[in-house]
Design a binder for this molecule. Structure first.
Ligand code: THU
Length: 160
């Protein structure tokens, strides 16, 4: 029997959160304010820190034709790649929760967003750290790499 394991960190109090992580989480909170989610009322913000410290953000954008909408993570990562070209992405912070809620349930990225983020991790050849939490901030989850969240993934090697 084979086993798949990975390690992650959980910060359960505000005092424990490293200041650089908290700063990016705050930028995701700020980005969340621009979410357009009239159908689900679930608002998500994402902030991507590039290798040079530049930050690119995104928020979920919904549409009356539901599948045409896009998650915050993909708005952020496609924007970052569009404007930064080959610059590497260091990490992404994601904050999500229903409108008006103080819920602390962590907003882990959906499967499609994991797949999209993995594409850039593989392209750049270095891990993108994934930080996610609810609107109550703690607990904050930190995973070292997108690939940890997507075992047995489909990638460019499948197309070779
Ligand atoms: N959503 C995100 O923005 N990111 C995710 O990883 C999961 C879900 C959005 C999509 C939709 O606008 C709303 O949250 C409810 O699913």
């Amino acid at each position: 029997m084979e086993q798949y394991t990975f390690s992650y960190t959980v910060y359960t109090s505000m005092e424990e959160i490293p200041s650089d992580i908290l700063a990016l989480v705050n930028q995701a909170c700020e980005a969340r304010k621009a979410a357009y989610a009239p159908y689900s009322d679930f608002l998500v913000g994402a902030a991507i820190e590039m290798e040079d410290g530049e930050v690119h953000t995104g928020s979920n954008q919904e549409n009356a034709a539901y599948p045409s909408g896009l998650c915050a993570e993909r708005v952020a990562v496609y924007h970052a790649s569009s404007v930064c070209g080959d610059k590497k992405m260091k990490r992404i912070a994601i904050v999500g929760g229903s409108r008006g809620s103080e819920n602390s349930y962590p907003a882990a990225p959906c499967g499609a967003c994991r797949q999209s983020l993995l594409e850039y991790e593989e392209k750049q050849g270095s891990p993108i750290e994934v930080i996610f939490c609810g609107v109550g901030i703690v607990p904050v989850y930190v995973v070292d790499s997108v690939k940890d969240l997507l075992p047995f993934s489909f990638g460019r090697e499948n197309l070779g």
